[in-house]
Write a protein that binds this ligand. Structure first.
Ligand SMILES: [Zn+2]
Ligand SMILES: [Zn+2]
Length: 215
């Protein structure tokens, strides 16, 4: 049976999101997802809260969206936040801690992206995010997918939700038995859902504006 996991979901433990754990769980349930990975920026602070609130039908996997010295990296299945370091060092750290490392929106040149050590990074990572709902230009996701194909890497999908209505806009279809991490290692995953999404960014700007006004 195919299961649907949103591999990149932010909560209010990320500075750019104001979605509390409770609303993330409600959104994941409403979207009919089988699971989510909580991937706040450089922290696992809200993972326990999301796990506690989630119904048995929604699998909650611990994760972090790591700020490396190049682009962002999804550390999936880690219970602590990896160091903010060179991507190759972060990938090693993730593997040493039993996790899976996925390049997050790796060629989105309007955000953080990767441009050096690409062959070494391709050899080290487990997968590449092939659909990220918050890439403004479809070419950013296309380039990520062709990079994955060129290096024989699996691709995943995630909404990169910063607001409840974004949860599940993109997701990962997981095939086979067992847990999410093993499915990614086997390559039994594929991205699905929507790339290219402008209004999420507009909502982030509005949130930043409101935050600035309230200071
Ligand atoms: Zn990111
Ligand atoms: Zn993100």
């Amino acid at each position: 049976m195919t299961r649907q996991y949103d591999l990149q979901v932010h909560t209010d433990a990320s500075p750019c999101s104001s979605t509390p754990a409770k609303r993330v769980v409600a959104a994941a349930t409403a979207a009919g997802l089988d699971g989510i990975v909580v991937t706040d920026h450089d922290t696992v602070a809200n993972v326990a809260a999301v796990r506690e609130l989630a119904p048995a039908t929604v699998d909650v996997v611990s994760g972090v969206e790591v700020t490396t010295t190049q682009g962002h990296l999804l550390a999936l299945g880690v219970e602590d936040a990896p160091p903010m370091a060179d991507p190759l060092d972060v990938i090693d750290w993730v593997h040493d801690h039993g996790g899976v490392a996925v390049l997050s929106h790796p060629f989105d040149t309007l955000r953080q992206w990767y441009d050096t050590d690409l062959p070494a990074i391709a050899r080290a990572v487990d997968a590449v995010e092939g659909i990220n709902s918050r890439c403004v230009l479809p070419q950013f996701n296309r380039r990520a997918r062709s990079f994955a194909v060129a290096h024989g890497l699996p691709t995943t999908g995630g909404s990169d939700a910063h607001f409840p209505m974004e949860v599940g806009r993109a997701y990962t279809e997981v095939e086979g038995e067992g847990g999410l991490l093993d499915a990614i290692r086997r390559g039994d995953v594929r991205p699905a859902g929507r790339g290219g999404y402008l209004s999420g960014h507009a909502a982030t700007k509005a949130h930043q504006f409101r935050t600035a006004l309230s200071r």
